[in-house]
Every structure is written in C-alpha cells, then in structure tokens.
Design a binder for this molecule. Sequence first.
Ligand code: AHR
Length: 657
Amino acid sequence: MIKRLITVSVVLAFTINVIAQLIKPIVVNVDQPKAEIQPTMWGIFFEDINFAADGGIYAELVKNRSFEFYQPLMGWEQHAQHPASGSLLIVNRSEVDEPNPRFARVTIDGKLGTYYLSNEGFRGMGIRKDMQYRFSVNACQGSRSHVQLRVELVDSTGKTLGSAVIAPDGDVWKNYVVSFRATDTHSKASLNLWFEGIGTIDIDMVSLFPENTWKNRPNGLRSDLVQLLTDLKPGFLRFPGGCIVEGRELNTRYQWKKTIGSIEDRQMTVNRWNTEFVHRLTPDYFQTFGLGFYEYFQLAEDIGAEPLPILNCGMACQFNTAEVVALDKLDPYVQDALDLIEFANGPTDSKWGKIRTEMGHSAPFQLKFLGIGNEQWGPQYFERYVIFEKAIKAKYPDIILVSGTGPSPDGDLFNFASEELKRLHAQLVDEHYYRKPGWFLDNADRYDGYDRNSYKIFAGEYAAHSELNANPENKNNWESALSEAAFMTGLERNADVVYMCSYAPLFAHAKGWQWTPDLIWFDNLQSYGTPNYYVQKLFSNNKGTHVLNMLQEGKPLTGQNGLFASAAWDKNAKEIILKVVNVTNKPRFQSIVLETAKKLSAEATLTILKSERLDEVNTFKDPEHIKPDVQKVTMKGKKAELSVAPYSFSVLKIRQK
Ligand code: AHR
C-alpha cells in the first residue's frame, strides 16, 4: 500500500512538473509602470436601502421618533390600564413648524391607572449589557399639569434592562436628556415611556442612542459598521445613492438642504424602497435624515475617502413615475448643486459655508467630485445634464462632474448614452453592472480595447447576481465574489481609464432588507463582511500606485486556463502586488517571472481567499467562514512558482530591496 502511494506521488510530482513546463510563464514588467492608479480607484457606494441608514448605520433606536410617518403611531403602541387612565392626540402645527409638524399630546390621570407608550425600534432594539444609553425628548407640560416620564428598556419577556426618570418643568418646549446603563444584552428590546402624574404633556423627537457611537458623537453612527467601512480603506464615498436620489416621484426625491441643520429641522420623507418590491415590503421605511449631508461629508473625512455626492438632475426614477422637471423650471435644482459646492467648500462667511461652520466644521470638506443624476436614460437626461454642466463649470471649473449611462452596461440605451457623453466630452461616467457571475468572467477584458481618448470610467454600481437581478434568492456566495474578483483584475489593469469603482449596495439588515446581494450584513447587534467584502478589501488594501504589464504569451490574463490576473506597483511601499484569480476547481501551477533590474526580497507575502465550494457564504454564526489567509512564500530569485488553489483569489506581495 505504502509503495503504491509513493509511486502515485512520484507520478503526480512528475506530471505537475511537466504541466508546469507546458504552461507558459506569466511575465510581469516591473521596471516600466504603465499608468497611475487613482487614489480613488476602490471606494464605497452608500444608499439608504435595506435599512442601511435608519435602522442601520444611523444609531437611533427609536422608530418614528417624531410621529411623522404616514401613520403617526407606526412603531408605537399605547397601553392603558383603563380607557380613562390615559389617551393620546397627534397635534399638527405645520403653520409654525413645517419640517416637523407633528407631536404627541398625552393626557393622563394616574389615579385611574397606568398609561405608557412603547416603541418597537427597527425590528427590535439591539441593547448591550453595561453600555450607556442616552435618552432624549422634547417636552412641555400643559398648564397645571404634573407629569413625569419614566423611561424603561425591556426585553421581549418584559424584563427591565434599564430605566431613568425625566421630570419636564414648564409649558415651554425644552430638550431633556438622561443617560442610563443596560443590565443585559438583548437583540429585540423595546422602549417604554411611562407617564406618571396628572395632566397633559407634549412630546416630540423621542430618541435613544447608545453612547458608544462612532467617535462617541451624539446623534452618531454605529461603530461596528463604520469600522467595517474604515477597514476597506476606501478611496471615495458615494452618497446618498442610488435611486433614492431620484425618488419615486420628484416630490420625494432626495433634497440635501432638508438634511442639514438641527435634526428636528430635517424634513422627513418616505424611503422609496419601502414598497418597491412586493416580495419584500417594508412599509415602515422612512428617511429621518439624522444621517444627512453634513454627516456624510464627516463620514467621508473620518474614513479618509473623497466625498462624492450624487444629486437629482430634475428627473424622478424612470422605473417608477419617470417625472421630469420642465427645462425652464430647472433652476432650483441647479442652484442646489451650486449651493452644495459652497456648503462643502465655501468660506465660513459665505451663506452655505456659514451653515457648515455652525454645524461644527469650519474647514472646507474639499469636495472635488459631483454626480448629476443617478440611473437616468434617454435624451431627457442629456438635455438636463448640459444645463447643470454649464452652470457648475462656469462657477467651479475644477469640480469633476460625474454623469451616467443608465441601468445597463450594454444595449440601446447604454449605447445612446455613451455616444452622447462622448459628444459632450464627459469627464467621469458611471456604469452599472448587475449581472450573473458568468457575465463578470466574460467581461474581464471590457476595457482592454477601450478608446483611450474617451471619458474616464466610474464603475459605480456592480455586483454578481447568483440568480437574477432584484431576485430575493440572490446570495453573497463565493461564486459571485470570485467572479467579481476576476472582473476587478480587468478594472485594475485598465486603471489608466477606470478611475473609480464601487460594489453596490453596501449594507443590508437581516430582517429589514429589500435587495440582495449586499456587501455587509448586520442585525441589531452583529455585523459581518461577505466574501464579496473581502474581495473588495483585498483590492483596496493592496491598491498600489501604478499598473504593471502582466502578460502570458504577450496577452493579459482574462481567463486562459481559468486564470485572471493583474499587477500593480506601490512606489511608496516599494512593493510589487500581483493578483491572481483561479475560477476552476483544479489547482493551477504557474510560474511568474518578474522582469526587473532591481533586487527582490527572498520572502513574499501571499494572501489567499478561497473556498472549496462556490455556493458557500459567510453567516452570522460563521462570519469569517470565507476570509483571507496570509502566508509567507519563498521566491526563486525573480520567479514565483505558484500553485494557485482551486476557486481562489490570491494576492502576492513582493518587496523590492
Ligand atoms: O443598488 C441598488 C439600486 O440599483 C440603486 O439604487 C440603483 O442605482 C440601481 O438600480
């Protein structure tokens, strides 16, 4: 038996050797870098879809905190011991407070029994043991009323997880804040507001935040989710979408001016994803804009990313109403764009720069890019785009404008848009690819023959869909991630024309999503990166500064023998970075020759992301089932002999001496 095994392994070794000799080496031309890789090459696409903002990264735990949802008590429930012990009225004061018209007026008589309101949060509230929670409310007492509020967090059995008391004094609106510690961890907690005493009390902006938000900011963001973004080392942050920019109708489009200033002045609106898909209805999905444009700029700054806001161009979503603003009525939309640039970059004494300063940021946000329209198509887009372009370039010639080719990466609409944008000498053009994994493999050479005199590419939304577009069965499985990695080698190889790339969408709440696949999944307490996340991270964290030629028999690797590859050089770290994707179920023995006059370190770092099966995924129970594994490998002089694992994405880093 042992003899047979030895014979088998000798034959195997011999075969491997013969195969290795038959397969032509890959040659990397190290000393002649081809083109610069833009610092913005790999970035983030953020949209409030799947509870990404409200119920997600925006750490507010109370749903419908200001009673402005279409149904004012959505998320709330009244509990009265006796019908007469308490009641609630929704009062509308829109004539004096347009952005925040409603508040709740509670009348109680403690002698007749108890009365409380409970809030269910976003599919429950995620509460952690020993963490401090900050409750706040705007309140005022009715005349001759004596009502105090007892705030209580409870788990799903009703057990108290923490409580505090607030005693509002007087009939003028004031903000009250109290902080308390949670005694246990629970993922589906709710908040009770007990009204104690006699009389009436008005309440509004009922809010609960964990104190450990990102950078401990009040009204802040969920730390674990921001950390996952930070770890990507993104070159840019695109916000706020996506179709959310467009709105189902113009009336519900994203209007950045309504998302800044004090949070009670931010006029809430419906989230267009709430009833978009009948298979995933989310009628309780609204936008409070607690995460508004100021916070987006701040987030971009925190994570070292260039801000890339996308603005409505006078068109509502063409998959929905497709409303447009008449061309002679476009001025307010164009003015919004000009004012946004001033808000981001203007001096502190300018109208909008002053507002930025008052919000806490006197230094400019250094905005360089601005997107006009999201997924628009047809002549109506270009008629509007040119009006924006003319006005913006006249005042801010250095702002780089992003335009788009619509929802598909090919077909008549795409071709028309592409021709129009060439004619208009567009700068940076957003292309979207939501396709099956096979498309990504077939299109790894998409930009190899691209017209170098044309516009630059922003691969602004892409994801391999294991089933069909917008199908709820799409999975973030290894097949999708691997095919994206193969495609991304093509993006990197063409970094002379591809300037920005972002996977989409970014986030999904496990119980509140509408669209799958998504880069990061979370629930009320946990979060994890998908295999697709790790692919993005490996590209972004190993970006390099220049593209290198990496050829086999004079051709880029776009699937020969199942391999896809690209190479970069990092002039600062003095590193050669090779990325190799094997989409087959067999190892690939491959020698890689580094053509260079410089000496190389004998030891290199090999990071491998792989899975034996294409249908494997990461989960809450096994969040790092597929994650990068780092090894040291020895170079043979200026040659690397790699056994590229089946179904793998490898990054080999070699230091120059
Ligand atoms: O990423 C989800 C959606 O896909 C985006 O909002 C839209 O731009 C595209 O259709």
